[in-house]
Design a protein around this ligand. Structure first.
Ligand code: NAD
Ligand code: TDX
Length: 332
C-alpha cells in the first residue's frame, strides 16, 4: 500500500484515475486541486471517505506542495490548464499552473526524495500530416503548436532536467486524446453530446478532417499505474490505444448513436494553428511493461459515454451555458 498524492484529481482524467485506484488497489489517495472552472468535487463524491482526502489548494503554492509531497510515497501530477481554445484566448494561467506549478512540485519532490509521475500529452510533438503513415514515438522531437502544448512541453523538459541534474525519481507519460465520464463540456466529445441532448447542432471546426487518437480515460489510468509500478526512472512512455478517427467521423457517430441524422451538424470557425493529426505508437509501454488497453471498441465506449452524459445532467448542466457563451464569443 502506498500514499499517493494526485494533483488535479477533481478534473476529468485525474478523477477517473482516483476511481481506478480506489477500485483496483489498496493505495490511499490525497487529492490536491485548486478547483478551477475545470475542477468538480462531484466527480469524487461517490468514493469512500476512508480512502480519499481532499485538499483545496494550488500546486504552485510551495508551502502546500511541500507539506503534501513530504507526506506521500508518490506524486501523480495531473493538475494543468488543459484546453487549447482557452490557451489561445488567455495563455496566462497556462504558464502559472503548467510551468510554475510543475516546477514547485519538482522542488518538493527533490527536497523529500519523493517519486513523481508527470502526466503529459502527445501534443508536445506537434502534429503529423494527414497522409503520413508515421506515428509519434518517444524519440519524436518536441514541436508544440499552442500555448497549452508549449507549456506542457516546457513542463516535460523541467521534469527531465530535475531527473538528470538533481536525481529526482520521475517518469513521464504522453497520452493521446481521452474520452469517458467526467470530461468538461468544453471538450470536443462532451460538447457535442450535450449539444444534442439540448437540441443544439454539434459544431465542427473547419472541415473536420483533423485526426485525434482516442483512448478511454480508464485505459489511461491503468497505463499510469503500470508505469508507477514498473516504469524505469527517467523514462518517458507514450500511451495510446490505436484509436485514430477524424473529427467528422466522430460527430457523425455521436449523431447516429443518439438517433439523429449523421449530417445534422454545423461547420464553425476553425481553431488558430489547429494541429492536423496526432497518432501514438505505444509499443514501448506494451513491450516493456506488458500494458494493454481494455476499451478497444471505440463505438461501444462512446455509446457508454453518451449514456453517462444522458444520466448525469446534474453534473454537466451548471457549466454548459458559460462554456457556450465563451464559444459564441469566438464564433465557434
Ligand atoms: P481538466 O482540465 O479536466 O482538469 C484539470 C484539473 O486540474 C482540474 O480539476 C483543475 O481544478 C486542476 N487545477 C488546475 N490548475 C491547478 C492548480 N494551479 N493547482 C491545483 N489544481 C489545479 O484536465 P484533464 O483533461 O483531466 O487533463 C489532466 C492532465 O492530463 C493534464 O496534465 C493534461 O495535460 C493531461 N492530458 C490530457 C489529455 C486529454 O485528452 N484531456 C490527454 C493527454 C494528457
Ligand atoms: O466544438 C469543437 N469542435 C471541434 O471540431 C471542439 C471543442 C473541438 N473540435 C475539434 C478540435 C480538435 O481537432 O475536435 C478535436 C478535439 O478537440 P479538444 O477536445 O479541444 O481536444 P484537443 O485540442 O485535441 O486536446 C485534447 O487532447 C490532448 C485535450 O484537450 C488536451 O488536454 C490533451 O493534451
Amino acid at each position: 500500500m502506498a500514499r499517493l498524492l494526485v494533483t488535479g484529481g477533481a478534473g476529468f482524467i485525474g478523477s477517473n484515475f482516483v476511481h481506478h485506484v480506489v477500485e483496483h488497489t489498496d493505495h490511499d489517495v490525497t487529492v490536491l486541486d485548486k478547483l478551477t472552472y475545470a475542477g468538480n468535487l462531484a466527480s469524487l463524491s461517490d468514493l469512500p471517505e476512508d480512502r480519499l482526502r481532499f485538499v483545496h489548494g494550488d500546486i504552485a503554492d510551495a508551502a502546500v506542495a511541500d507539506e503534501l509531497v513530504a507526506a506521500s510515497d508518490a506524486v501523480v501530477h495531473y493538475a494543468a490548464e488543459s484546453h487549447n481554445d482557452n490557451s489561445l484566448d488567455d495563455p496566462h494561467p497556462f504558464l502559472h499552473t503548467n510551468l510554475v506549478g510543475t516546477f514547485t512540485l519538482l522542488e518538493a519532490a527533490r527536497k523529500h526524495g519523493t517519486r513523481l509521475h508527470h502526466i503529459s500529452t502527445d501534443e508536445v510533438y506537434g502534429d503529423l500530416a494527414l497522409d503520413d503513415p508515421a506515428k509519434f514515438t518517444e524519440a519524436t522531437p518536441y514541436n508544440p503548436s499552442s500555448p497549452y502544448s508549449s507549456t506542457k512541453a516546457g513542463s516535460d523538459l523541467l521534469v527531465r532536467a530535475w531527473v538528470r541534474s538533481f536525481g529526482v525519481a520521475a517518469t513521464i507519460s504522453n497520452c493521446s486524446n481521452n474520452y469517458g465520464p467526467y470530461q468538461h463540456v468544453e471538450k470536443f466529445i462532451p460538447r457535442q453530446i450535450t449539444n444534442v441532448l439540448r437540441g443544439v447542432r454539434p459544431k465542427l471546426y473547419g472541415e473536420g478532417r483533423n485526426v485525434r487518437d482516442w483512448i478511454h480515460a480508464d485505459d489511461h489510468s491503468s497505463a499510469v499505474l503500470a508505469i508507477l509500478d514498473k516504469g524505469r526512472i527517467g523514462e518517458t512512455y507514450l500511451i495510446g490505444a490505436d484509436g485514430e478517427k477524424d473529427n467528422k467521423t466522430v460527430v457523425e457517430l455521436i449523431l447516429t448513436l443518439m438517433g439523429e441524422a449523421p449530417d445534422a451538424y454545423d461547420h464553425v470557425t476553425d481553431r488558430a494553428g489547429h494541429d492536423l493529426r496526432y497518432a501514438i505508437d505505444s509499443s514501448k509501454l506494451a513491450d516493456e511493461l506488458g500494458w494493454r488497453p481494455r476499451y478497444q471498441d471505440f463505438e461501444r465506449g462512446l455509446a457508454a459515454t453518451i449514456e453517462w452524459y444522458r444520466n448525469h445532467e446534474d453534473w454537466w448542466a451548471p457549466t454548459k451555458d458559460a462554456t457556450e457563451a465563451f464559444y459564441a464569443r469566438l464564433g465557434q
